[in-house]
Write a protein that binds this ligand. Structure first.
Ligand code: ZN
Length: 149
């Protein structure tokens, strides 16, 4: 995103891809959370998942916290000192990582159970929500789409 306009085009193309993949998928929930994750990255808010945002430590226990404010994970040593964190399972962090690394059209192949998906959705929405400083209308729209029968 070096020049004015480049970012808009990227976002527009992403939306088009999202709409296309969504219309073909049997897994709209996963496609949507993948979109939100990639959307955050395009906006320059890539979630920091590889190490603790406080101490930089890489030993993340099975139970980690996510700080929407810091925009990344917080290890169990640092989490008691910081507030506003969301407790998440390591599986949810791993799913988020997989979504970031996987091409949009292939995200359906990622296996994840329902509770992990829910956690991941909650996590990325808190992450984006904090950055947008308000609930995004588009996310409400996405919720409507994924909850449709
Ligand atoms: Zn730490």
């Amino acid at each position: 995103m070096t020049e004015e306009g480049d970012g808009d085009e990227t976002i527009f193309n992403m939306l088009l891809t999202y709409m296309r993949v969504l219309s073909e998928t049997s897994d709209p929930e996963l496609v949507t959370v993948a979109f939100e994750t990639k959307f955050a990255t395009v906006l320059g808010y890539r979630p920091r998942l590889e190490s603790c945002t406080e101490c930089g430590g890489r030993s993340l226990s099975p139970e980690v916290c996510y700080s929407p404010e810091a925009g990344g994970v917080i290890c169990s040593k640092c989490s008691p000192g910081s507030s506003g964190n969301i407790r998440v399972s390591y599986g949810a962090v791993k799913l988020l990582e997989a979504l970031l690394m996987t091409e949009f059209a292939k995200v359906e192949r990622i296996k994840a159970n329902r509770s992990i998906r829910r956690e991941t959705t909650r996590l990325i929405r808190a992450h984006l929500g904090f950055r947008m400083n308000r609930k995004l209308r588009s996310l409400e729209f996405l919720e409507t789409v994924t909850n449709a029968p």
